[in-house]
Design a protein around this ligand. Structure first.
Ligand code: N01
Length: 481
């Protein structure tokens, strides 16, 4: 389920290894996942293009060092075409439930395509619906009372003309940091509501220099360049893991960048973060802070108390009358509630299994849900790396696990609860002392459990997932008769 980068990775991996009875059910009209949905102005990747791409599908050339949304979506389409994935995508199909059948050792997948109900039977299911798919709106009193136009950054209204309008952007995360500089020159007035400041580093985005582009056409040079970028972005994780030492250097570099971009002390004070470097996502942007200096832009740090017909009211009693409110308020993430009902062995739902918070063995398998795999599941997000690296590791793990079951003559495999428990505890323990634990963020539950991020380096995740360990599973044989 899901034909974004996760679904494409796993389908490509299975097809390349001769597991070719693969169907991708996608709710959207086409593949691309988050890159299909997010079409706000300035949508781009803050991970360098040569790394934000599959190792097994390296294009000979990227136009920019940091690709824009259209370029990334084109890459997803071309890769899916080249690897034979596209014909297996069934678009416009919303899966409503996945139910394990103990007798047949299969999953029944129910959904709707157009107005029609559909049912399929599968030996294994992969939930590749992502962590950043369900837009979150601020929990504000009177939200529905606003009489102007409003939409979420991840569901951009392309028919609404922002030119000459008074616009409010709520939120200053990674999405807002990209869209604010793009819309600021168009609108009459822009009010940016910030609840928490961010740490920034420059995003050296530009067309790939011609000489580098020529060199990178050589496969060995491309591999070397990817290695260089890989180790470069691992430095962010190094800072987060060691906030008292290397993290201070990261904070100093970020502070220097921010001071240069915000010469006005009052604006700087308002925009400055009040938590350690790396606790929330460090934003790579060279144009968000300068956009705040524009005469038609105001940064408001007074909390919004409620929404009215005319616009938000802040704690100081001020009404911010606007024509349009853009909610750049992120996604419903840390409950991991999947967009369909999932029932495993004994009719147990995934919500029941996750009563103590979302968790999975290596972020991929949940005990009691045989041959059900998660892509980009709990504890596999990265705030300092490339998510595609994780997705590739997960895709290979899924394929190897299915081959393991096949070799064992089993119909399905179920991860042992004690293995999952030990693994999850070890992962949680690795967060101790890191910057992630020093503030609240979408990476954590409100009661402080770290459920979204991988606590270490990308290479560690690749090592842990390299080979599924047979002793970690119960193999379910076909039922007699
Ligand atoms: O969402 P966010 P996002 N009043 O949750 C604020 C990925 N991504 O869409 O920090 C006022 O980060 C909230 O405030 P606070 C990336 O993994 C990648 O920007 O909670 N403000 C915050 O400022 C990223 O981490 C790229 O105090 C309110 C903002 O809304 C993830 O997506 C590009 C509020 C939400 O920020 C999510 O990013 C874009 C309220 N009531 C996104 N409620 C790449 O380049 C919430 N906020 C790859």
């Amino acid at each position: 389920m899901g034909a974004g980068f996760g679904g494409i990775a796993v389908a490509a991996e299975l097809l390349r290894h001769g597991l070719d009875d693969v169907t991708l059910l996608e709710a959207a009209p086409e593949l691309g996942g988050t890159w299909f949905h997010n079409r706000y102005p300035g949508a781009a990747c803050d991970v360098p293009s040569h790394l934000y791409s599959y190792s097994f599908a390296q294009p000979p050339s990227w136009p920019r060092l940091f690709s824009r949304r259209d370029e990334i979506l084109r890459y997803a389409r071309e890769t899916a075409d080249a690897l034979g994935v596209t014909p297996r995508v069934v678009p416009d199909t919303t899966v409503t439930s996945c139910t394990w059948d103990e007798e047949s050792r299969t999953w029944t997948v129910r959904g709707r395509r157009g107005g029609r109900a559909e049912e399929r039977v599968a030996d294994a299911v992969v939930l590749a619906t992502g962590q950043l798919d369900k837009p979150a709106f601020p929990a504000l009193e009177g939200l529905a009372d606003f009489a102007g136009h409003s939409f979420h950054s991840a569901r951009w209204d392309q028919d609404y003309d922002l030119r000459g309008k008074r616009v409010a952007v709520i939120g200053t995360g990674a999405s807002a940091a990209q869209l604010v500089p793009e819309i600021a020159p168009l609108v009459d007035h822009l009010t940016v509501f910030q609840r928490t400041g961010n740490w920034f580093l420059p995003r050296p985005d530009r067309p790939v220099p011609a000489a580098l582009d020529r060199a990178l056409r050589l496969p060995w040079a491309r591999r070397l360049w990817r290695r260089f970028l890989y180790h470069g972005i691992e430095l962010i994780t190094l800072c987060i893991r060691h906030p008292r030492t290397v993290g201070r250097v990261g904070a100093l570099l970020s502070a220097a960048h921010m001071r240069c971009q915000l010469p006005d002390p009052e604006l700087r004070r308002k925009a400055w973060p009040d938590y350690p470097f790396g606790c929330k996502r460090v934003l790579l942007s060279s144009d968000f802070l300068p956009a705040l200096r524009r005469p038609n832009v105001e940064l408001v740090t007074e909390p919004i108390t409620r929404m009215t017909r005319e616009g938000p009211i802040t704690e100081d009693g001020r009404l911010h009358a606007v024509d349009c409110v853009i909610h750049a308020t992120g996604f419903r993430t840390n409950t991991f509630m999947l967009p369909m009902a999932v029932r495993g062995r004994g009719g147990r739902s995934i919500e029941e299994a996750w009563a103590r918070g979302a968790r999975a063995h290596l972020g991929i398998m949940v005990p009691g849900f045989p041959s059900l795999f998660l892509m980009y599941g709990p504890n596999t997000n990265t705030s300092g790396g490339s998510v595609l690296f994780f997705l590739e590791a997960q895709a290979a793990y899924v394929r190897r696990a299915l081959q393991l079951a096949r070799r064992a003559g089993a119909s399905a495999l179920d991860v042992r609860p004690e293995v999952e428990e030990a693994g999850v505890e070890a992962v949680r323990a690795r967060f101790s002392g890191t910057a992630w634990q020093s503030c609240s963020s979408w990476y954590r539950t409100p009661d402080g459990r770290d459920v979204a991020n991988w606590p270490g380096y990308m290479g560690e995740y690749a090592d842990r997932t390299r080979e599924p360990e047979p002793a970690d599973f119960r193999f379910l044989r076909p039922q007699a008769g």
